[in-house]
Design a protein. Structure first.
Length: 285
């Protein structure tokens, strides 16, 4: 099995690199090797490496920065996804593309299914949705996995940010009125690897997230409680008080019934949280 991984330096990319089977030939490409926003670069790498499968995790993921860098966000999340899909199709590679819960507007009161109407509140979500459409339109066998609130001991993410604050005994303000399901990056990685191994999913969109619903404030509290020696205070504030550049959905829980019915278990928050916190504590010593 020959696998091309884009976005190798991100937390999902690092997780995939860690768990890939040793008998697979893997090209883990960061932006220096493969900039998906560069069409010629995409075609050159895929034509040279000739992968059986392309896993596209590369994205412009800074939600607030996307509001100020619309063109860059569109170039990576939309056009980059399109280039990868077209090149993968041309050279006979299967494609797994990773997307986000932020394609939804948060107006629902029940978990979103794959068939629910998409309406993003921010540039990041809207460009990721355009990327989904481009992937499905240009690669008939593509699989799109929407996930949410990705965290791990790797890269930049909410858990690591809050952990660093409380480790330094700094107080932090966190919103209580945004609800979602944190998803452990290594669990997403293992899901993708299993999908490739088993080769039984029909093309299309699938939701995959953690099994525990909470607010960002709840998540931060759990992190603070895990760092026993910290004297940090986690303060509840509203999204209006936080005044972020980008509007976020107030509710972005994903319904994962479709993929669960195929035998894939949701990410266990208790286990993933323990593993990531343990790794960060060990790293900080």
């Amino acid at each position: 099995m020959r696998v091309l991984l884009t976005g190798a330096k991100g937390q999902l990319g690092q997780s995939l690199s860690t768990y890939m089977p040793s008998d697979w030939v893997v090209l883990a490409a960061d932006k220096i090797l493969l900039d998906i926003a560069n069409e010629q670069n995409v075609y050159d790498v895929i034509s040279y490496f000739k992968p059986d499968v392309v896993i596209n995790t590369a994205a412009f993921t800074s939600v607030d920065d996307a509001e100020k860098n619309v063109d860059v966000s569109k170039q990576v999340n939309f056009l980059g996804a399109k280039y990868v899909a077209q090149a993968a199709k041309k050279y006979g590679a299967k494609l797994i593309h990773v997307s986000t819960d932020y394609v939804f507007d948060g107006k629902s009161t029940v978990p979103y299914t794959e068939e629910d109407k998409v309406k993003s509140l921010n540039v990041y979500g809207s460009t990721k949705h355009l990327g989904e459409l481009a992937v499905l339109e240009n690669h008939s066998d593509a699989i799109v996995i929407r996930t949410s609130w990705v965290y791990s001991e790797y890269g930049k993410n909410f858990l690591r940010t809050i952990f660093n604050f409380v480790q330094r005994n700094k107080d932090v303000k966190v919103v209580f009125d945004q609800i979602g399901a944190p998803t452990y990056a290594p669990d997403i990685a293992k899901l993708i690897i299993d999908i490739i191994k088993e080769n039984r999913l029909e093309p299309g969109i699938y939701h995959y997230s953690g099994d525990t619903v909470m607010s960002w404030y709840d998540f931060a509290q759990k992190i603070a409680e895990a760092v026993i020696i910290s004297h940090s205070k986690v303060e509840r504030i509203s999204s209006a008080e936080y005044k972020a550049e980008a509007e976020r959905p107030s509710y972005s829980v994903l319904n994962c019934d479709k993929i669960e019915k195929l035998g894939y278990k949701r990410s266990c928050f208790a286990k993933g949280f323990y593993q990531s916190i343990s790794a960060l504590i060990k790293e900080s010593k």
